[in-house]
Design a protein. Structure first.
Length: 661
């Protein structure tokens, strides 16, 4: 029998058991589901009959089953059109699908049962407008999100109804009964718009019944109504139609830029005594998709640039001495960011069908950057750190065993386990690294999912805090330089390029109002995160220029391992020897060019009593970084010796072992 089939048999049995459980579970509910669907379809047929028989004069008697609307609220609707109808020759948008942002203020009664709607604040709305068989009207769905002025609380409203094209009015109602808002939308219409609104609502209900798709709404305590007035736009109806077709299909015709969508709304609830006025504007859906497509291409270019920079850095730091100097946490944090970006692009691509292909491409490239480059680089660094940290056990002198111990050893028969092979060690390291990394990524995603359900102010603070922590990827490298005494580990091209790529996404998120993540503009947060990353880069540059511990007093670093200073001023006896030879220059044995050495007399007093170790390096000057002096007292150009030490840690002249730079 094939061994593989023995291991596949239990898995197949488990699959059959799970399939049986799932099928039985669904079969128990299928009967109830069919009964509920049939009951809702009967309700839709009843509401459809009421709509067809309704007239404007008797609309309240026919349609008013569970809610009432005061005449004062109906009188507010014409005021929306009067305030913004000064250009009667300009058209309305026939398709109101858009994403809008604005502000709201309340004129609610003092006895309102919704205290949230007693103030004001910001709001956002998403309009989904779909054409139906009824000419001159369309089905509209609106999702409103109201945020208080403090930002600590929000309210969401889901409404649906009819968009009347000629007047630019949207009549919407909340989904408070089994019929949904579509049944009650005609109650808001006036004498000139009632018949067309009623016919459109009846068409939607008829489509539901014919497709066997009843409305699956839930009842709520407050029944909300909304009348929204679109503002007129510049251009002709034909020009707007051509522009929308070009944005959607790109046929090559000349078109005008679509103007923004502006809308005024009056939202009210009779049973909860809520009156809210709002003003908002935004972009048409086709224009938003076009811009978002360009933004997705920008994301792809950013990821490609990061792949190129990471590949170049991996080639430059392939030696063990370089890998030892790189911080595991710095590369790990960047891999976490890449994984988080991949998940964000993937989820956004699923929620925005028009951007599915470019966002999936960005997600795929981010996953490739994380797995093929970031995690591979992380594995090399992890393996090198583990090999150099492991200390061989100290050997103790052999002692003569006692006769009793020798006899016991001979009779136990216990064999010493065989040492692991290189392949086994590699698999073990790879498994340990992947488990830790993906666990951290899952924790990050879980925390982000929980934060998404918090109020907006909590979400913003959590987002800024999380980005500050995740963009601290150079800080572990600074700490490793300080602890181990390394001066430079990563190329400045890599540090600057990766920082610019990652900060471009932060600036896009917080400084661009039309970002596809629908994040509010927060220039202060963007400047704070950018300043934090810039400070880390400055610390890395200062360590490369002035030494790994230039930022702290000498007393703080006494407990750390001593670091050899390759850029020390020549000793007095060496200066005397050079002067006796008739010159103040040394010769680099690598490039055979002369080295101009500074005189000790030009250096100010840098004794420990008058200055710290960091100030000593600053006072010595930057020119000392042009040469390097080995412990065996040989001088080289800094670039020459650093390139040499990337491959071997031995002096080119005397072959003495050199400490890491």
């Amino acid at each position: 029998m094939d061994p593989s089939s023995r291991y596949n048999a239990p898995n197949f049995f488990i699959f059959l058991v799970l399939f049986y459980i799932i099928s039985n579970t669904n079969s128990g509910d299928s009967g109830l589901l069919l009964e509920e669907t049939a009951r809702k379809l009967e309700h839709d047929k009843t509401y459809l009959g009421l709509l067809k028989n309704a007239t404007y004069d008797k609309r309240f008697q026919v349609l008013n089953h569970t809610v009432t609307i005061q005449q004062a609220h109906l009188d507010e609707i014409p005021n929306l059109a009067l305030a913004y109808d000064s250009h009667e020759h300009l058209p309305f948008y026939l398709n109101a699908s858009s994403s809008l942002k604005g502000s709201w203020h309340s004129t609610s009664h003092a006895n309102t049962t919704e205290p949230f709607f007693s103030g004001g604040g910001k709001m956002s709305a998403s309009i989904d407008d779909r054409f139906i068989k009824t000419a001159g009207a369309s089905r509209a769905r609106a999702s409103f999100t109201f945020t208080s002025r403090s930002g600590w609380s929000t309210r969401d409203l889901e409404l649906q109804g009819v968009h009347h094209h000629e007047s630019g009015l949207l009549f919407l109602a909340s989904d408070h009964t089994e019929a949904g808002g579509m049944f009650y939308a005609p109650m808001l219409a006036n004498a000139s718009t009632f018949n067309l609104t009623r016919e459109a609502a009846a068409t939607v209900l008829q489509t539901r019944i014919s497709e066997q798709r009843p409305y699956d709404g839930v009842e709520s305590e407050c029944n909300y109504f909304a009348a929204c007035q679109l503002h007129r736009t510049l251009g002709t109806p034909q020009a707007l139609q051509v522009a929308e077709e070009e944005y959607a299909y790109h046929t090559g015709r000349a078109y005008q830029v679509l103007p923004p969508v502006q809308m005024s709304c009056f939202v009210f609830s009779e049973d909860c005594h809520v009156d809210v006025h709002l003003q908002c504007d935004g972009l048409r859906e086709v224009l938003l998709n076009r811009r978002a497509h360009d933004h997705a291409i920008f994301f792809i270019l950013i990821v490609l640039a990061q792949i190129g920079l990471t590949t170049r850095q991996m080639r430059q730091t392939a030696s063990p001495s370089h890998l030892w100097r790189i911080s595991l946490w710095s590369i790990g944090l960047q891999c976490l960011l890449d994984g988080y970006h991949a998940v964000a692009y993937f989820v956004l691509g699923l929620t925005l069908p028009a951007l599915f292909i470019p966002l999936m491409a960005a997600a795929f490239l981010s996953i490739m950057l994380m797995t093929l480059y970031g995690l591979r680089y992380l594995l090399f660094i992890y393996r090198m750190h583990r090999q150099l940290v492991e200390v061989a056990p100290t050997q103790t002198p052999a002692t003569e065993p006692t006769p009793e111990a020798s006899a016991e050893t001979l009779t136990t028969g216990v064999e010493t386990p065989a040492p692991l092979t290189e392949a086994q060690i590699e698999r073990r390291d790879l498994s340990a690294l992947y488990v830790r990394f993906y666990f951290a990524l899952l924790v990050l995603l879980f925390v982000s999912l929980q934060i998404a359900y918090l109020p907006q102010r909590f979400r913003d603070l959590s987002l800024i805090t999380g980005l500050l922590l995740l963009n601290s990827y150079w800080l572990p490298q600074v700490f490793r330089h300080f602890k181990r005494g390394h001066r430079k580990s990563l190329s400045f091209t890599y540090v600057g390029g990766i920082s610019a790529c990652r900060m471009s996404l932060v600036l896009y998120l917080f400084c661009y109002n039309g970002n596809v993540f629908f994040q509010e503009v927060n220039v202060t947060a963007a400047l704070g995160i950018a300043s934090w990353v810039w400070l880390q880069i400055m610390l890395l540059g200062g360590q490369a220029l002035f030494g790994p511990r230039f930022m702290v007093p000498a007393s703080w670093s006494r407990s750390l391992p001593s670091v050899y200073d390759y850029h020390a001023i020549p000793a007095e006896d060496e200066e005397s020897l050079l002067a006796a030879q008739g010159n103040d220059e040394a010769t680099c044995a690598i490039c055979m060019a002369s080295i101009d050495l500074p005189h000790r007399t030009v250096v100010p007093d840098t004794s420990p009593e008058t200055t710290t170790a960091g100030l000593h390096l600053l006072a010595a000057g930057v020119w000392r970084r042009g040469f390097m002096r080995t412990p065996c007292k040989h001088y080289y150009h800094s670039d020459c010796l650093e390139t040499w030490m990337q491959r071997r840690l031995r002096c080119p002249v005397c072959r003495a072992v050199l400490p890491p730079a």
